[in-house]
Every structure is written in structure tokens, then in C-alpha cells.
Design a protein around this ligand. Structure first.
Ligand SMILES: Nc1ncnc2c1ncn2[C@@H]1O[C@H](COP(=O)(O)OP(=O)(O)OP(=O)(O)O)[C@@H](O)[C@H]1O
Length: 349
């Protein structure tokens, strides 16, 4: 089922946790809500779930206005960061919980519930684990059970709030790949909260970047990474080199340097040039921007340089392939930087 959010707002004293959020999630999409702490991700998820009521705006499941419905009436599946499994119930009982607690008229019979539990244990790759208790599972296994429990009710949408946030890095990476595969099998409309840009880029069909309760950009991982709509998104997705300067006559000027850069459509005045470390290349002769090597690191087949550019407070990073025969530049040596791909944003915005 698809999901429409219209002009959702939610204020706490002094804070707009959500400020006019409009979003359409297609049926079967996996959407990541990405943003730093306090940007409104959890609030948005809770409003969709019906755990929290918005001050204004609408939540629609398909064509049905669900804004006034409770969590149960919305039939959503929810998984939190911290395993919310019932400790005194077995894995099978946990998974069956949502179905067993339905009103009698809508409750499947025992045999159907048992079949559904077996099917879900297979889906989460834990067949034979039904009789265990949560304390007999690893963190990653617990979160898979939590996901099976959320899926058991055939939810209209699946809402995941940093479901792997409490797990160690390796398990996290494994589980997000697993979740992507699971999603491809179930086709379940899913919203996934994360503050980890790598997780969002790898997992999601589309990413929603939030900033102070507003949507800053919505797009596919490629669009968000290659064409960030603002300096905020550029900075948040991957590491960015930032050069301070100004836009004059439609060009970006670096103080103390002759080379200028195109800055079409950027207002005149203070501006910043953003480029990723791998989108800056070492240049030859008079090309590019003069820089001095501060530190050099060689990591397997990559060389990373930390550089000082005259007039810039922040160091600039350059990352390139260590081709055979290439020597790592020594600290103190001079080289020229050529930003191959970059974006200029006004400092005012
Ligand atoms: N119950 C509450 N009372 C008052 N303010 C709240 C409450 N819940 C959230 N807020 C505020 O609303 C804003 C958005 O919070 P929210 O938890 O949605 O952000 P988040 O992006 O999920 O952050 P995190 O990644 O840290 O969980 C924050 O400024 C937060 O302090």
C-alpha cells in the first residue's frame, strides 16, 4: 500500500520536531529517513505509526485517511532499536503475538498461526529457533525475530527505527544486506530511520534527508550522492572538502588564487566550493590550485593526502589510486589541486 504524508507538523515546547512534511511513498518502496540527531526522524515514524498525533497535517494509507486511527487500527509493523521482545515468551510466541492478540473475529486459528510462524522463521533464516527464549539469541538474531514479529500481521507499512543501531559494525553490515534481500522477497512498503548515511545509501530505494523537522531533499541514493540539493546534504552524505571564497560575475573565486570555477545560478557574495576527496585530482604545471602536503597516508591501493591551501582555514583531502610507480608525495611538497567534480553553494543558505 502506498503512503501519503501531507503537511505534517508537530511542535514540542520551543521545538518544531516536524514542520510541514510532505512525502509520497510508493507501494513496495524501501525509504530511508536520514538526518542527524534531533532532525525529526523518530517523530515522523511515530506519527506514521499512530504512536504520536500530529498538530496538523494528514497521514493517508492508500486513499484512506488514517490520521485519527490508533496504532492497532493502522495495522503497522514497528521495530525499535532496542529489542522489544517479550522475555518470558519463546521466539514462536513472540512472532505469533500480534496475530494471537487480535479480536476473536479476526484471529486466525491455531494451525494457521503455527504455519505462519514457521514460514516467518524460515524467512528470517532461523528455522528451528521457535522454542528458544530471547536471552538465548544474539543481538542480530533478536532483531530478526523482532522483524518477523512485525511482519506476522501483514502490516500496511513496516516502520523500522534504527533497528540495527545497537549492534556492532560487522553484524550491522550483514543485517542490512539481509534486510535488502528480505525486502526484495516480501515487497513490503518500508520506512527505515537511520543517521548512518552508508546504511541509507546501500539499502534504500529512496532517501529522505531531514533537517530540523523539514525535508531537505528526497531522491535515489545516486541522486542524493551525486547531486546534493544543498551544502547541508553534501556535507551529510560522505565527506566533503570545503573551500571558502566568493561568487563574483557568476564565477567562484578563491582568495589569493588565480583559478576560478563556474558557479551558475549561485547568488553573488560569500560562497563555498564542495568537492569529495576522490573528485579532486593532482594537477600539472599551472593548472589548479596551489597546495602544500601536510600529511600523506598510503592504504593498500589508495593514497590519501591532507593538504593546506593558502587562505583556507580547513585542510583539504585528496584521495587517489596508488598506481604502480607512483610515489607518495612527501609532507612539505607542493602540488596543484584540480577539482574534477564540485558544487558551489552560497554561504548564506
Ligand atoms: N517528548 C518530547 N518532548 C520534547 N521535545 C521532544 C520530544 N521528543 C522529541 N523532541 C524534540 O524534537 C526534535 C526531533 O526529535 P526526534 O527524536 O524526532 O529526532 P531524531 O532525528 O529521531 O533524533 P535521534 O537520531 O537522536 O533519535 C528534537 O529537537 C527533540 O529534542
Amino acid at each position: 500500500m502506498d503512503l501519503h504524508l501531507r503537511q505534517l507538523s508537530k511542535r514540542y515546547t520551543g521545538v518544531a520536531a516536524l514542520d510541514g512534511v510532505d512525502l509520497h511513498v510508493e507501494a513496495g518502496e524501501l525509504v530511508a529517513l536520514l538526518g542527524p540527531s534531533g532532525s525529526g526522524k523518530t517523530t515522523l515514524l511515530r506519527v506514521i505509526a499512530g504512536l504520536l498525533h500530529p498538530d496538523a497535517g494528514q497521514v493517508l494509507f492508500g486513499r484512506d485517511d488514517a490520521t485519527r486511527l490508533s496504532l492497532r487500527e493502522r495495522n503497522v509493523g514497528f521495530v525499535f532499536q532496542h529489542y522489544a521482545l517479550f522475555k518470558h515468551m519463546t521466539v514462536a510466541e513472540n512472532i505469533a503475538f500480534g496475530l494471537r492478540s487480535r479480536p476473536r473475529s479476526r484471529r486466525p486459528d491455531k494451525a494457521t498461526i503455527k504455519r505462519r510462524v514457521e514460514e516467518l522463521l524460515g524467512l528470517i533464516q532461523l528455522p528451528g529457533f521457535g522454542d528458544r527464549y530471547p536471552e538465548q539469541l544474539s543481538g542480530g538474531q533478536k532483531q530478526r525475530v523482532a522483524l518477523a514479529r512485525a511482519l506476522a500481521i501483514d502490516p500496511t507499512v513496516l516502520l523500522l527505527d534504527e533497528p540495527f543501531g545497537a549492534l556492532d559494525a560487522k553484524v550491522r553490515v550483514e543485517l542490512r544486506r539481509w534486510l535488502r534481500q528480505l525486502h526484495e522477497r516480501t515487497g513490503q512498503t518500508t520506512l527505515f530511520v537511520t543517521h548512518d548515511q552508508e546504511e541509507a545509501l546501500e539499502l534504500a530505494d529512496r532517501i529522505v534527508v531531514l533537517r530540523e523537522g523539514r525535508i531537505e531533499q528526497v531522491g535515489t541514493p545516486d541522486e542524493i550522492y551525486s547531486d546534493p540539493a544543498s551544502a547541508y546534504v553534501f556535507d551529510f552524505i560522505g565527506r566533503a572538502n570545503v573551500l571558502e571564497g566568493e561568487v563574483r560575475g557568476g564565477r567562484f573565486h578563491l582568495p589569493g588564487h588565480a583559478r576560478t570555477f563556474s558557479a551558475d545560478g549561485v547568488p553573488e557574495g560569500a560562497a563555498r566550493l564542495y568537492a569529495r576527496a576522490h573528485d579532486v585530482a593532482p594537477g600539472e604545471g599551472d593548472e589548479g590550485i596551489a597546495a602544500r602536503v601536510v600529511a600523506a597516508h598510503r592504504l593498500a591501493d589508495r593514497i590519501t593526502l591532507e593538504l593546506h591551501v593558502e587562505g583556507q582555514a580547513r585542510p583539504v583531502e585528496l584521495d587517489f589510486a596508488a598506481t604502480p610507480g607512483l610515489t607518495t608525495p612527501a609532507p612539505g611538497s607542493e602540488l596543484r589541486l584540480v577539482p574534477l567534480r564540485y558544487r558551489v553553494y552560497s554561504s548564506a543558505g
